[in-house]
Design a protein around this ligand. Structure first.
Ligand SMILES: Cc1cc2nc3c(=O)[nH]c(=O)nc-3n(C[C@H](O)[C@H](O)[C@H](O)COP(=O)(O)OP(=O)(O)OC[C@H]3O[C@@H](n4cnc5c(N)ncnc54)[C@H](O)[C@@H]3O)c2cc1C
Ligand code: FES
Length: 421
């Protein structure tokens, strides 16, 4: 006869049974998750078999990866805009991306004053050709010192690319990202407006539109000074000749005597609302705009005032990079409250005094290192964990702010802060 279990044995049996049940439930959950992962994603399977037509690509890789420069070529007569073609060092084919997105480069540049004689500079460059090609391409304009301050150093990254980066060199690159890209809605004609080097994302969008939505009407307005700076001229003319859905409007603001109206360019002056009103057919259009501050600052409000809804106006500024503009920032935040800011990792406790345009400028002024790229809320490179407090933005940043983080390049404190930096 089996003796009846005492109270202690009974408790032991109940605990063992509960443990077995918990293990069973956990195993079941893992199996279910495994099966779900093995199942093809319906969002992926309903896509076109050609991956380059699918605009819903996730980030292709975390951090940076090495890419080799396999070719470089100037795109304009003045040789101020140079394309660099890249292949992954590990031989993998380029990822797909959304036409209009950019790559972020982490460059080690010589700097006699920096420890080790080098400093890291991060810069973003739009992909300037469509996805689905064997190489990635960026096109970089050489940035000189400002005309009124020729004594200042010329643009760090752009001049490094033009003067130093050669075929065979290896560059550290972050995956394509950015929210400024062409949409898939072929029912709304696309209007691409580029000023100067803002042509780069437009060439990518145009390539994708012509390949995947050849019947969608597309109007490209390209404003620049003269034929000497006319990038991709032969390419754009060839596209116009072979694609009836494309209307090309090249606008020179300072044509030279040898520039031929009707051949090299179609209009003289600037790309403004009056030109768009004069040349666009009636009906709804979706605008994609990228150009210098002055163009964006007038054109975007003008389109809104014309009645174009916000959802049909997409734009990107090639925002300031390493440039500090103390005069502007001083006036902007002169009235800001003094707020304690703690940078946890650096062990620094500082006071925000309203002298800086952003938390990134503030951190850099106090030698607290925060990695940055676009410096305009577009790339997510500067995302920093917000341990305590609240920050504010002038508008919604282009890059989705990760939960519990902030984007210091466009954030200012609303309360005392503790940041993981
Ligand atoms: C999303 C995005 C996409 C972009 N895509 C492209 C692209 O496709 N092609 C492209 O060419 N660019 C692109 N850019 C711009 C690019 O990222 C860089 O900003 C640009 O190349 C200038 O960087 P730089 O290092 O050469 O110049 P910086 O070193 O940042 O200098 C910029 C200017 O500031 C001046 N300067 C130097 N010191 C000071 C000082 N103390 N005070 C004030 N001014 C000073 C320099 O002389 C120069 O004129 C893009 C930017 C963004 C954000
Ligand atoms: S540096 Fe790009 S989002 Fe801040």
């Amino acid at each position: 006869m089996i003796p009846a279990p005492d109270a202690g044995q009974l408790l032991g049996l109940i605990v063992a049974a509960l443990l077995l049940q918990a293990v069973g439930v956990a195993v079941l959950a893992i199996r279910q998750r495994q099966r779900a992962a093995d199942r093809p994603d319906p969002a992926a399977t309903d896509a076109d078999p050609d991956p380059s037509t699918d605009l819903r690509q996730p980030l292709a890789w975390p951090g940076t990866r090495p890419w080799r420069v396999v070719a470089r070529q100037h795109e304009d007569l003045a040789q101020t805009q140079c394309s660099f073609l890249l292949e992954a060092v590990d031989g993998t084919p380029p990822p797909s991306f959304r036409p209009g997105q950019f790559l972020t480069f982490a460059l080690d540049l010589p700097d006699a004053r920096a420890p080790g004689g080098q400093r890291q500079v991060t810069r973003c460059y739009s992909l300037s050709d469509r996805p689905g090609l064997p190489q990635l391409r960026v096109t970089i304009k050489r940035v000189p010192a400002p005309a009124d301050h020729p004594e200042w150093p010329a643009g760090l990254s752009s001049n490094h690319f033009h003067d130093q980066v050669q075929v065979g060199d290896i560059l550290q690159v972050r995956a394509p990202s950015g929210h400024f890209h062409i949409d898939e809605d072929a029912s709304v004609p696309a209007v691409l407006v580029a000023g100067g080097i803002g042509i780069t994302p437009m060439v990518s969008m145009l390539g994708w539109l012509i390949t995947h939505q050849p019947a969608r009407p597309v109007h490209l307005y390209y404003g620049l000074r003269s034929r000497r700076e006319h990038a991709f001229q032969a390419h754009l003319q060839a596209l116009q000749a072979s694609h009836p859905a494309l209307r090309l409007h090249v606008v020179y603001s300072r044509p030279e005597a040898s520039d031929r109206l009707g051949v090299d360019h179609h209009h003289e002056g600037h790309v403004d609302l009056a030109l768009l009103q004069r040349t666009l057919p009636h009906g709804r259009h979706r605008f994609f705009i990228c150009g210098p501050g002055a163009m964006m600052g007038t054109l975007v409000p003008a389109l809104r005032a014309w009645g174009v809804p916000d959802e049909d106006i997409r734009f990107e500024a090639f925002g300031p990079a390493s440039v500090q503009r103390p005069a502007a920032t001083a006036t902007r935040d002169a009235s800001a409250a003094r707020l304690p800011i703690r940078f946890q990792r650096s062990g620094r406790s500082l006071v925000w005094d309203g002298q800086d345009a952003s938390l990134l400028d503030f951190a850099e002024r106090h030698a607290v290192p925060i990695e940055s790229g676009c410096r305009s809320g577009g790339c997510g490179t500067c995302a920093t964990r917000l341990i305590d407090g609240r920050v504010g933005y002038d508008g919604t940043p282009d890059h989705d702010v990760p939960a519990g983080h902030c984007l210091p390049c466009v954030a200012r404190p609303l309360t005392a802060l503790v940041l993981e930096a």
